[in-house]
Design a protein around this ligand. Structure first.
Ligand code: ZN
Length: 192
C-alpha cells in the first residue's frame, strides 16, 4: 500500500516497485543490470536515494543485501564489489571486498560518501559487472576517507582506506551517482 500519492518513499520503507525487484526470482543471485540493455542503462545512470534507518530492520533489506552478496560472489561472474543499482535498486548500498583485511571479507556500507580524496593517485585496470566484455585503465585517489552508516545500527562511521580497496570504494560509490568507470577511463579494451 502507498500512503501517499506517487509512492515516493520518504516513509522509510521500500516502494512497491523496489520490493518487486528485491523479491524477483526467489532468494539467490539477482539479475545484473548492464549497459547493453537500454532500460538498464537509464537506471544505471540515475542517482540513488538514501537508505532510511527504518529500512535496516526490514526482512526486505536483509534479503537485498544477501542477494547482492550472492550476485557478486557468483562463481560464473565474480566481482570485488557491487552497488545496489547494479541489481536494479536505486538505493545507496554497496558491498566491497576488503582486500586490506584478514580473510578478505565482503562488507556492506549504507549511505556511503567519500569525504576526502588524496591528491596522490594510483592507476589500475578496472572492470564492471554492469559493463560486460570490457576493461579499462583508471586513475583514482590512492587514499580516501569514507563516511557511511553501519548496516545494522545505522550509526555514522568514518574510515580511511588506501590502495586497491580504496579504488573499489570509489568505483562502487560512483555507481550510486550514476557514474561508470568508463566515463573516466584513459583507455578501454574489449576482453574475450
Ligand atoms: Zn561497477
Amino acid at each position: 500500500m502507498c500512503a501517499f500519492s506517487g509512492c515516493k518513499s520518504v516513509t522509510g520503507v521500500f516502494s512497491e516497485n523496489e520490493l518487486l525487484v528485491i523479491h524477483a526470482g526467489g532468494t539467490g543471485i539477482m539479475r545484473l543490470y548492464t549497459v547493453d540493455n537500454p532500460a538498464d542503462s537509464v537506471l544505471l545512470r540515475s542517482k540513488s536515494a538514501a537508505v532510511q534507518e527504518e529500512m535496516l530492520t526490514s526482512p526486505d533489506f536483509s534479503l537485498l543485501v544477501n542477494r547482492m552478496l550472492a550476485t557478486v560472489n557468483d562463481p560464473d561472474n565474480e566481482g570485488v564489489g557491487i552497488a545496489a543499482p547494479q541489481v536494479g535498486i536505486l538505493r545507496r548500498i554497496i558491498a566491497v571486498q576488503r582486500f586490506d583485511k584478514e580473510g578478505e571479507p565482503f562488507e556492506v556500507y549504507v549511505n556511503p560518501e567519500i569525504v576526502f580524496y588524496s591528491g596522490n593517485k594510483i592507476s589500475g585496470i578496472e572492470g564492471c559487472l554492469s559493463v560486460p566484455g570490457m576493461r579499462g585503465r583508471v586513475a583514482r585517489a590512492a587514499e580516501i576517507t569514507l563516511r557511511y552508516r553501519d548496516s545494522k545500527t545505522f550509526e555514522e562511521r568514518e574510515e580511511t582506506v588506501s590502495g586497491y580497496t580504496a579504488v573499489i570504494f570509489q568505483h562502487e560509490t560512483d555507481h550510486l551517482n550514476g557514474r561508470l568507470y568508463t566515463d573516466i577511463a584513459s583507455e578501454t579494451e574489449s576482453v574475450q
